[in-house]
Design a protein around this ligand. Structure first.
Ligand SMILES: Nc1ncnc2c1ncn2[C@@H]1O[C@H](COP(=O)(O)OP(=O)(O)O)[C@@H](O)[C@H]1O
Ligand SMILES: [Mg+2]
Length: 223
């Protein structure tokens, strides 16, 4: 089990309590490709952010690779997140005034653990993997939506994470590009054994996943 949630609750508000997650139990198997579906406001993003340690549960316990995040300090959690988890969002948050390869290298350069040459080699390998090596010097601003999302995918892979969490990664892409991006994510899943958890509104993508988890009103309605 690469991720395990035990009775995870998320409660917002002090006076008026809004229980957004109502005691989620969930185990994600290593190397699988999982879809999360559900209506808007059902708690999907909250759930994903808690699995990714970007947000903290109000109650319950989250295990990443068997390690309870409760047992870790803030710094240890950041380190774990950096090493094990890559994120892809609907709006890719690329730096518009930097080119494709710089956008991929940036997080690793900021972290400063490896030398620039190793980092640029890896970034080029990943750009090639997502089919954009030819555009490596193009400004992010001048790439199409689908191309920008490919760069964001390459960036998420930079630290060779075991887990990729994606929140509606194809939400603002057309139907053909959505399928291309899905195929690319599946390829990465097969080739590197990366575990994927993807929130999607797209029924085609959900139906192609290994597993579909449906969230309804803060609970798992179907699995
Ligand atoms: N930071 C927050 N503060 C208060 N309420 C929040 C916060 N984030 C999300 N919520 C509430 O939690 C519920 C679930 O939100 P979310 O997880 O974003 O749903 P989904 O991704 O399924 O659309 C919503 O009712 C939303 O208003
Ligand atoms: Mg959401």
């Amino acid at each position: 089990m690469i991720i395990k949630l035990e009775s995870v609750k998320k409660i917002y508000g002090e006076t008026i309590k809004n229980t957004v997650l109502k005691g989620i139990n969930l185990e994600i198997e290593k190397g699988t490709f999982n879809a999360i579906i559900g209506q808007s406001g059902s708690g999907k993003s909250t759930l994903l952010n808690i699995m990714g340690t970007l947000d903290k549960e109000s109650e319950g316990e989250v295990y990443i690779n068997g390690v309870s995040t409760k047992s870790l300090s803030k710094n240890d959690i950041s380190a774990l997140r950096n090493k094990e988890i890559g994120f892809i969002f609907q709006f890719h948050h690329l730096l518009p005034e930097f080119n494709a390869i710089e956008n991929i290298m940036m997080p690793a350069l900021i972290e400063g653990v490896k030398d620039a040459k190793t980092i640029s080699k890896r970034a080029e390998f990943l750009l090639d993997k997502v089919g954009l090596l030819k555009l490596k010097n193009n400004m992010a601003l001048n790439l199409s939506g689908g191309q920008q999302q490919r760069v964001a995918i390459a960036r998420a892979l930079m630290n060779s994470p075991e887990i990729i969490l994606a929140d509606e990664p194809t939400g603002n892409l057309d139907s053909d590009t959505t399928m291309e991006i899905y195929n690319l994510l599946r390829e990465i899943n097969k080739e590197f054994g990366t575990t994927f958890i993807i929130i999607t509104h797209d029924n085609r993508i959900a139906s192609l996943a290994d597993r579909i988890i449906e969230i309804e009103n803060g609970e798992i309605a179907k699995d």
